[in-house]
Design a protein around this ligand. Structure first.
Ligand code: FAD
Ligand code: NAP
Length: 337
């Protein structure tokens, strides 16, 4: 394993901000990770696992070990008449996996097309888009407990998935390296087009009886029309989560803002954070070298040369303004280091 000292992390985060890692290395198997644990026990105390760096914001140098997870492999481990179980290495690109399952006609993750990053990070925040979350197809995963130096199996319930949440982002934060995930995909897919602009995009494509490939194409078209490409404009997708408020609070707000975008949930009302930021007058706002994206206010962007601290300060300004206008506190979705 090659270790680079005092390494730049700029090309390992989609915001494209500069930060340095005291030690940077990559591993492509469990045995390489075990070797590192044996030979460099200090890494247990201060480590950060990275996939594609599409959900992180670095606000400081990292005085420890940054480990790039590059474990490969996509394998059918079980199959019956209706389903296929795919075991996937944590270093496989998420969209690559979606394309693999779409090309086989397997359903379940087509609505999650074009989400950047690696498969090992997908359970971290229970990635979701267009009415589907990874938990809907999740079977199990294997993760390495850093301090115990042991491989642990996690079932669906043990991952404690929630909205952009899991046990790995909360109680077990920093304790595990996810090694592989197993998903259960449908050989007779039920298409899910009832969310956002998928139906209208399929109509525009002239598709009346959509396949998983059609849904994937529609999702990709919508995303490419709205979301900035990190290769062109640094960003980490939605910077904030959609807040959940009580029905009483939602009613109070609807009284003042009749056009408010809100969705009833079993445990409250979900507000569209992008709408709140736009209504608060911050869509397209520039602050130094960074700003709020002009087509999707939920996305903060690096216009070039922004530091992580500048972006963090912008996020504080957005949180304060939304709090002042609506009395609702936004929570960051992006992992800040
Ligand atoms: P990283 O950014 O590398 O890591 C994220 C977190 O997971 C960090 O805390 C890291 O330490 C930890 N981590 C990473 N890999 C491992 C591992 N193997 N073991 C343990 N911990 C690990 N997200 C959505 O949910 N839905 C979307 O629709 C969506 N759209 C996006 C669009 C754009 C343009 C961008 C830039 C981002 C978007 N995201 C979306 C956010 C992001 O792509 C996902 O959260 C993705 O799963 C992150 O993967 P990653 O490999 O880049 O993770
Ligand atoms: P959109 O379709 O314009 O919708 C705006 C918001 O309304 C979304 O946040 C979505 O919530 C919610 N919404 C829309 N239709 C809904 C329905 N039928 N029921 C419940 N809630 C509904 O959103 P967008 O910005 O273009 O994003 C499209 C999808 O991609 C969303 O699911 C979004 O979460 C996902 N996405 C995520 C990221 C990320 O980084 N996390 C980045 C880009 C896009 P939800 O967000 O809860 O789905």
């Amino acid at each position: 394993m090659t270790v680079t000292e005092n390494a730049s992390l700029r090309s390992f985060n989609t915001f494209g901000v500069e930060a340095r890692a005291r030690h940077l290395t990559e591993f492509a198997s469990l045995s390489q990770l075990e070797q590192l644990a044996r030979e460099t026990p200090a890494f247990e105390q201060n480590h950060l696992f990275l996939g594609g760096g599409s959900n992180v914001l670095f606000t400081r140098d990292f005085d420890g070990w940054v480990l790039l997870n590059r474990i490969p492999g996509v394998e059918v481990v079980e199959e019956n008449e209706s389903h296929v179980w795919l075991k996937v290495g944590a270093g496989v690109g998420w969209h690559e996996l979606v394309m693999h399952s779409v090309s086989n006609g397997w359903g379940g993750i087509e609505n999650l097309s074009l989400i950047p990053g690696k498969c090992g990070a997908a359970p971290m925040q229970n990635i979701g888009a267009y009415g589907v979350e990874i938990k809907d197809v999740f079977d199990r995963l294997q993760a390495y407990h850093i301090r115990d130096r042991a491989v642990v199996d996690f079932s669906l319930s043990e991952c404690q998935f929630g909205y952009r949440e899991s046990v790995f982002k909360n109680k077990e934060k920093g304790n595990f390296a996810i090694l592989n995930i197993t998903l259960r995909l449908d050989k007779n897919p039920k298409i899910n087009t009832g969310y956002g602009a998928i139906t209208s995009e399929l109509e525009a494509l002239g598709v009346h009886n959509p396949s998983v490939a059609d849904v994937s194409r529609a999702v990709m078209n919508i995303r490419q029309s709205k979301l900035p490409d990190p290769a062109v404009l640094g960003n980490a997708g939605s910077f904030f989560k959609n807040p959940l408020v009580t029905a009483a609070k939602a009613n109070e707000l609807r009284w003042k803002f009749p056009d408010m975008v809100a969705y009833a949930q079993p445990d409250g009302v979900k507000l569209a954070a992008g709408w709140l930021i736009e209504k608060a007058g911050m869509k397209g706002l520039s602050m130094g070298n960074c700003g709020v994206h002009d087509r999707q206010a939920l996305v903060l962007v690096n216009h070039g040369g922004a530091s992580g601290n500048e972006i963090f300060t912008l996020s504080e300004a957005v949180i304060s303004k939304v709090q002042a206008v609506f009395g609702v506190r936004l929570e960051r979705e992006v992992n800040v280091f």
